[in-house]
Design a protein around this ligand. Structure first.
Ligand SMILES: [Zn+2]
Length: 166
């Protein structure tokens, strides 16, 4: 029951979640996703979104703005790294959505493995607010992995607008 819009695939997931995969662009008709909200809430799993182009970003911001206008809550789960980069570059892309969990880059100094690992933003809210990445264990050699980006840059989407520098 896959809904295919251009290069974006939309599938029903668990617990009323909609699973997005592929690329978000001008053919993705993001605005129509809002009609799938249930009881004022839209849950999107973004784990499979690998790319978003500039027109996709424009439509994504329009969707967020419209959701805010309609008082629809958007929960974002498993947000992939390309989307997090957009959140950090353009504040409006996050809108008033709630990021429940997201992927972040880690690297293992012991064996050299690099991996995008999932972080539960609610469980780790306190440490993330302090820009401290959660510890992760290497799936290859079980050593502790190091966060592979600048925390003050990668986690800036979690910092309230009012306390952002500049
Ligand atoms: Zn390792």
């Amino acid at each position: 029951m896959t809904d295919i819009r251009g290069r974006l695939h939309i599938d029903p997931g668990a617990n009323g979640t909609w699973v997005l995969a592929g690329s978000i662009d001008e053919t993705s008709q993001l605005g129509e996703l809002l009609a799938r909200a249930q009881q004022g809430r839209l849950m999107l799993d973004l784990g499979g979104v690998q790319f978003i182009n500039s027109l996709g970003v424009r439509d994504w911001i329009r969707m967020q703005t419209e959701a805010t206008k309609q008082h629809l809550a958007i929960d974002l789960l498993r947000v992939s790294e390309p989307i997090i980069h957009q959140f950090n570059m353009i504040i409006a892309t996050r809108g008033s959505s709630h990021v429940a969990s997201f992927y972040a880059p880690y690297a293992c100094d012991a064996c050299g493995r690099e991996e995008s690992l999932l972080i539960d933003a609610d469980v780790h809210a306190a440490s993330l607010a302090q820009l401290v990445p959660p510890t992760q264990t290497c799936p290859e050699c079980a050593a502790q992995m190091a966060f592979n980006d600048f925390p003050e840059r990668y986690f800036s989407f979690l910092v309230p607008d009012s306390s952002r520098p500049g």
